[in-house]
Design a protein around this ligand. Structure first.
Ligand code: GDP
Length: 582
């Protein structure tokens, strides 16, 4: 959502509001004078008048960031601990592993252990510190991402060595990949007699995760959460991976971070768990987070210890909020109480309007309309009933990619469309395509709430035809010349005011006022311009047909003489056809 109304934009473009509304209609947008335009429509409409529009979100995160400070000076940057999310198939041991990692011998725990539930916890080892997010699973991970938060640096993918790669393992891989977060694999339950870590490694290869010992890039560690085997190695590898990512933050700037959880507490009021990602948060700082704001009244770590400040990669409990933010809401310190309140209030206003307008996730229709014209990649989540169809569809879909538009299947799996698909689609701005599969009711709800488009098909051809048509809509229209006629210039009249007039004979087709022309002499194009005026005898004419004579006022023509030919044409915009490999 931009913040510009129809009236404001028309004024900025220096055109009448009425005309502008008509132009909007021709673009498929029906708006009233005081209505705010969504960013895509505003950009598109301005482009019609040759103006390139740049939308600055009002008090959006980008602006706050820019306001927060200049970019960090590299010399102020300090290494920070990596933040880790554990993912994997149900029952493969995510919770158990998180638990033992936090309590492992190598992690020196302070007396009293963890007493506060913070949504994340720091694990300090003699070799370095790691931060684990509490909520395991890819749904929580992508739900955060859908709110615009990138909280995770590394994903630990837990795969049970006896079970191997399962549906949610694949989902987790695709969710992590879509977010561009590196994956480290923990092959768990190696204590079981039917454990087969070798098969796990082989299966993971199919999804692009190749172990280092086979020349790939993925670190894979065999562990047993139950027997506490190899935990130290896993922690070491996580620390190493963190180092390789060269994660840095500047502790000497106002804090920013992300809300992990928030709840009402009977005595304390609104309480949030916050992960500080950059800067240092101090008691007394003013902040905004989502629609809430406040002043830091108290900070606590996971052991219940009061803190005066919290630096990068630190989870803390935060008191002093005026309301409840949502998990995934970005958090920022601002300079004053007044600024905090202003921003929160503006956001509330914008949100109210946004609720009335549409969000703009990619839909087939939006692509048709061309409002997704700047998105030159179409991301797809593909679900099919059987592996065979899935492979065939994925192949055919990816072949539809052209030089202009890349089509990327970010997740393909057999089985019904589930809530995790809807959440991934939201987080990644993707379309969900189903082939001979049902949509789980909760997936449908999530998709509706998040305004994600799900399309179901039972005929492959129809699915492909729809996508192809949508992709064609994604292309900028092509301008083509449509030939109207050929004129012979027979004599030239010099008029005092209007310049020269060419006396012509219509040799073929017709000539129309406001059409374009090319002057041809001996097969060469000498000039181009517009038919600014057209006369039959002394009368103005709109069109003159073959075999008749007329006077033509040639705008933009440098020179012409009797004997020259005029080719008359119009320029039309045509949807471009895709040239595909198939
Ligand atoms: P989650 O659903 O992925 O969080 O899995 P849980 O951590 O709840 O574990 C599922 C089951 O596997 C539980 O009964 C655990 O006790 C068991 N489990 C977890 N890790 C291991 C392990 O390393 N070895 C064995 N034998 N069982 C494990």
């Amino acid at each position: 959502m931009s913040n510009v109304t129809v009236r404001e934009l028309a004024e900025k473009l220096n055109i009448g509001v009425g005309e502008f509304i008509k132009k909007l209609m021709s673009l498929g947008a029906f708006a009233t004078i005081n209505q705010r335009l969504d960013a895509d429509t505003a950009i598109l409409a301005a482009a019609e008048y040759g103006v390139e529009l740049e939308i600055q979100p009002l008090y959006g995160e980008e602006m706050l960031l820019a306001e927060g400070s200049a970019p960090d000076d590299p010399k102020d940057l300090r290494p920070r601990p990596p933040v880790i999310t554990v993912m994997g198939h149900v029952d493969h041991g995510k919770t158990s592993l998180l638990d033992v990692l936090r309590k492992s011998r190598v992690a020196e725990q302070e007396a009293g252990g963890i007493t506060q539930h913070l949504g994340a916890s720091k694990v300090a080892t003699p070799k370095g510190t790691l931060v684990f997010l509490d909520t395991p699973g890819h749904e929580a991970f992508s739900a955060m991402r859908a709110r615009g938060a990138k909280a995770t640096d590394i994903v630990v993918l837990v795969v049970a060595a006896n079970d191997g790669v399962m549906t949610q393992t694949i989902e987790a891989i695709d969710h992590a990949k879509a977010a561009n977060v590196p994956i480290l694999v923990a092959i768990n339950k190696i204590d079981l007699p039917d454990a087969n870590p070798e098969r796990v490694r082989q299966d993971l290869g199919k999804y692009g995760l190749i172990p280092e010992q086979w020349g790939g890039k993925t670190v894979m560690v065999e562990v047993s959460a139950k027997r506490r085997q190899n935990l130290e190695k896993l922690l070491d590898m996580l620390l190493l991976s963190g180092e390789m990512l060269e994660l840095k933050a500047n502790p000497n700037r106002p804090a920013s971070g992300v809300i992990l959880e928030a709840r009402m507490h009977a005595k304390k009021g609104a309480v949030a768990s916050l992960l500080v990602q950059n800067g240092t948060l101090n008691v007394g700082d003013n902040f905004v987070t989502g629609l809430a704001y406040g002043r830091v009244r108290a900070l606590q770590d996971e052991h219940g210890t009061r803190l005066e400040k919290a630096g990068p990669s630190t989870p803390v409990e935060l008191l002093g909020l005026n309301g409840l933010p949502q998990a995934g809401d970005p958090f920022r310190v601002v300079s004053s109480d007044r600024q905090a309140r202003d921003i929160a209030e503006k956001r509330r206003l914008i949100l109210r309007e946004e609720a009335l307008a549409h969000r703009h996730h990619v839909t087939l229709q939006s692509i048709h309309r061309g409002s997704g014209a700047r998105a030159k990649e179409l991301k797809i989540i593909l679900k099919a009933d059987v592996q065979g169809s899935l492979e065939a569809l994925r192949d055919s879909l990816e072949k539809l990619s052209t030089q202009q538009i890349h089509l990327r299947v970010i997740h393909a799996a057999t089985g019904s469309i589930n809530p995790s698909d809807s959440i991934l689609a939201d987080a990644s701005d993707a379309l969900i395509l189903g082939f001979h599969v049902s949509i789980e009711p909760r997936a449908k709800e999530e998709a509706e709430r998040r305004e994600v488009e799900i399309r179901s098909y039972s005929i492959i051809y129809e699915l492909l035809a729809d996508i192809k048509a949508a992709l064609e809509g994604l292309l900028e229209p092509q301008e083509v010349e449509v030939k109207l006629g050929i004129l012979q210039i027979r004599n030239i009249f010099q008029l005092s005011k209007a310049g020269k007039i060419a006396g012509c004979w219509v040799q073929d087709g017709m000539v129309r006022r406001n059409a374009q022309f090319k002057i041809l002499r001996g097969g060469q194009v000498l000039g181009r311009g517009r038919v600014a005026g057209l006369k039959r005898f002394k009368e103005d004419a709109r069109e003159v047909e073959k075999g008749l004579e007329c006077g033509v006022q040639l705008e933009g023509a440098p020179e012409f003489q009797a004997g020259d030919l005029l080719e008359i044409f119009t320029v039309e915009k045509q949807a471009r056809r895709l040239e595909t490999a198939s």
